[in-house]
Write a protein that binds this ligand. Structure first.
Ligand code: MRU
Length: 353
């Protein structure tokens, strides 16, 4: 069985579990884990066992359903809702940057609020169906992004990507990788260049792994090799995913993305951000309002090394994401179409908000 045949995030309702691939172990070990307690789901998101904005959203949808399922059917609506909100707020605290987390939780919350006249049992059934729908919609959005993205590339292109915005970050196809998979199926003979993506190596461990296991032509490079590649003319376009797009098109994605965009602009390489609507946050005007997750120093100084590779008491700067300014982005590829600057207008037009 190939890695892409395994569901990234799955609800196993019969045993009340969220089933995921533990992504911290890839590519060395493919381990499927079942999470039954809300604390385990929180931890899995926090530790990046399940990661990537859309996959986090899908996991949160299933997670809050499973938490709600545990609440007694005998409670009044108000008491049920109190417990529900407690679980929702808890899950929402697992990671701050990907808006898909709160987007999915708020969607489930809205459903509960709209159905205050129903029994707890009926509400649970609705939460189940909604969580399944969130996943199905994610797959459909990724597919559509793939089709729009494909219109931006031509056979033989060299495409660069950063981090993992692949199937492992979504329910299927990925966002930035969706046009790559589609191009592959159409015989485009694409050459994919994956940034290693320090410090957690999502590019090396996940993107290079999932694309090459499907048979795509993949080359891995360290993050600091992007300008050399572009100067040599090897890259025709950059495709990246994102964790939160502000209304003006500023886009937060894995740390290092904005540097790639700056280099791409220098060499005249188009830079595309792939964003399902679940990643677009119309409530914030610009990227300045995006909360950037700061992670542990050990990810920089120790992780992956046989021994510590920095002085013991060194100060470490380790933001997990950065914001790419909208003027560095050639286009934002969504499931509804391709948005170009000015993004405040084009995104609003696409989603009619
Ligand atoms: O910290 P991670 O691995 O969750 O970061 C993931 C990314 O930055 C992805 O590019 C982003 O979530 C888009 S996934 C389609």
């Amino acid at each position: 069985m190939q890695i892409l045949d395994i569901e990234t995030v799955e609800l196993i309702d019969e045993i009340s579990a969220l089933r995921i691939i533990d992504q911290t172990l890839l590519p060395g070990e493919v381990k499927i884990i079942d999470l039954k307690e809300i604390e385990d789901i929180w931890q899995a998101i926090y530790l990046l066992q399940v990661r990537g904005a859309p996959a986090i959203g899908v996991a949160a949808g299933f997670g809050i359903y499973l938490a709600a399922k545990k609440i007694s059917d005998d409670l009044s609506y108000d008491d049920f809702y109190k417990e529900f909100v407690k679980a929702k707020d808890y899950l929402n605290s697992s990671r701050p940057t990907a808006v898909n987390l709160s987007w999915a939780l708020n969607r489930m919350d809205d459903l509960v609020k709209m159905n205050s006249d129903k029994t707890v049992k009926e509400i649970k059934k609705m939460l189940h169906d909604e969580s399944v729908l969130i996943k199905e919609e994610d797959t459909a959005m990724c597919k559509s992004i793939g089709e729009y993205g494909l219109s931006l590339i031509k056979p033989g292109d060299g495409l660069l990507t950063h981090c993992n915005a692949g199937q492992l970050a979504t329910s299927k196809y990925g966002t930035a990788t969706a046009p790559m998979y589609l191009g592959y199926e159409k015989g485009y003979n694409l050459k994919i260049y994956c940034d290693e993506t320090r410090p957690l190596l999502q590019g090396a461990r996940l993107t290079a792994y999932e694309l090459s296991s499907k048979g795509l032509d993949v080359t891995l490079q360290c993050d600091n090799m992007v300008s050399a590649l572009m100067r040599e003319g090897k890259i025709n376009a950059v495709f990246v995913g994102c964790d939160r797009v502000a209304a003006n098109g500023d886009a937060a994605n894995k740390i290092g993305t904005s540097g790639v965009a700056i280099i791409a602009k220098h060499y005249g390489v188009p830079f595309y951000v792939c964003a399902p609507s679940s990643t677009i946050d119309f409530n914030i005007k610009t990227g300045d309002d995006i909360v950037i997750e700061q992670r542990k120093p050990e990810e920089v100084t120790e992780m992956w090394y046989k021994e510590r590779m920095a002085p013991n008491d060194i100060k470490v700067y380790n933001p997990a994401f950065d914001v790419t300014d909208n003027d560095l982005i050639t286009a934002i590829v969504t499931e509804k179409g391709i948005a170009k600057a000015p993004y405040t207008e084009s995104l609003k037009e696409l989603f009619k908000k």
